[in-house]
Design a protein around this ligand. Structure first.
Ligand code: SAM
Ligand code: SF4
Length: 371
């Protein structure tokens, strides 16, 4: 079976279920960045800073609309992502948390993404507002590689900021790392690992570079290094240190992401955000264009998911992570194929759930099961 580690699942946020107390996950998108990285196709902009004030008004309007429409009582987890949430002043979050606080009484995890150049004051203030998990887009601790990626921080700034986050009270710290770039070699990645070992990090998201459309590197595959041996070695080293629970994720699991993979319901607030309402099996999309979003934050596109779509997603997401999927969703033929894969030691059964030994095979395995 072919090893497929090329899925864009990271951008394909998925579906969820209504729980008894009508809780939900919440994602809030901040579409502003201080500089644009060469590889990045996220919905993020460096020239729209003048819209920041009006953006808050728009997300407030969308948030209040959805709370009422879906009768939300509380959020299980919150994820503020981007773009670069740390580019917003603390006053923005003071106003935002005034809105969110009534729904955060039982919230287990509130994550914010940040550039690894946030000030100690910003980190301390954001922690005081109730954020308990921080995710830094470090990418590398090598200055040459950071320049190559067009990041606007240095290795020294990143290590200082991570230490500051710990001092500010964060016990749950993630760093994003990009590997399989043209400048990677054993020495560079070994040095990154050495620096990681010295820092108070609890989680790593490690992404193999994807050459994306609408980026500076579009169609330029010279920026990518195809060296499977190096990639396998690097991932093994991270796994050894942190333990792997998903194809790209290692360490203390992010509850919000686990929620997506377990098909919980979520609200998506902000330009280009995605939400899912299980009750009616639909996914909704807000306006991606920031101007259009600000003009009308409650204009949505809807996508209906058939029971078969949902089943396929459950299998795929379950096999990409430790969550697995429930055996009861399979029909007779699918069950037979799962039995074959169990016999071939590609899958295993634990109670009522089916799990994969190798998350990298998830795409191929789920294709085979649902063929
Ligand atoms: C929204 S960004 C993280 C937060 C913040 N914007 C930052 O970069 O500091 C999410 C992460 O996706 C990863 N990423 C984005 N584009 C990628 C690509 N083309 N290939 C691989 N990883 C990518 C990066 O590791 C990035 O940190
Ligand atoms: S990787 Fe992060 S900082 Fe860089 S452009 Fe994308 S969203 Fe902005």
């Amino acid at each position: 079976m072919k090893n497929k580690n090329k899925s864009n699942i990271k951008k394909n946020k998925n579906n969820f279920t209504f729980s008894m107390n009508n809780s939900s996950l919440l994602y809030i998108h901040i579409p502003f960045c201080d500089s644009k990285c060469n590889y990045c196709a996220f919905n993020s902009y460096t020239n729209l800073n003048h819209l920041k004030k009006n953006y808050f008004k728009a997300i407030k309007k969308q948030f209040l609309n959805e709370i009422e429409k879906f009768d939300i009582e509380e959020f299980e987890t919150v994820f503020i992502g981007g773009g670069t949430p740390s580019t917003m002043p603390i006053s923005f979050y003071e106003d935002l948390f005034k809105l969110l606080n009534p729904f955060l009484k039982n919230t287990k995890e509130i994550t914010i993404e940040s550039n690894p150049n946030a000030s100690f004051k910003w980190l301390k203030n954001i922690k005081n507002l109730g954020v308990n998990r921080i995710s830094f887009g470090v990418q590398s601790f090598n200055d040459g590689k950071l320049k190559f990626l067009n990041r606007n921080h240095s290795a020294k700034i990143a290590t200082d900021t991570i230490k500051n986050a710990k001092k500010a009270g964060f016990d749950n710290i993630n760093i994003d790392i990009i590997y399989a770039t043209a400048v990677d070699d054993y020495e560079l990645l070994q040095n990154d690992l050495k620096i990681m070992d010295s820092l108070p990090i609890t989680h790593i998201s490690a992404y193999s570079l994807m050459i994306e459309e609408n980026t500076k590197w579009q169609d330029d595959y010279s920026k990518k290094k195809e060296d499977e041996e190096l990639e396998i070695w690097f991932i093994k080293e991270i796994k050894k240190r942190f333990g792997q629970y998903e194809i790209s994720n290692f360490g203390i699991p992010c509850l919000h992401n686990l929620g997506y993979w377990e098909h919980k319901k979520y609200l998506g607030i902000g330009a280009g955000a995605v939400g899912f309402i299980k009750r009616k099996n639909f996914r909704y999309y807000t306006q991606k264009n920031v101007y259009k979003y600000i003009k009308n934050p409650i204009s949505y596109k809807y996508e209906y998911l058939s029971p078969n779509d949902i089943k396929t997603e459950k299998i795929l997401l379950g096999l990409r992570s430790k969550t697995g999927f429930d055996k009861s969703i399979l029909n007779e033929n699918e069950l037979k194929r799962v039995e074959i894969l169990i016999y071939e030691k590609k899958l295993y059964k634990k109670e009522n759930k089916i799990h994969s030994y190798d998350f990298l095979l998830a795409d191929a395995l789920s294709e085979y099961i649902t063929e």
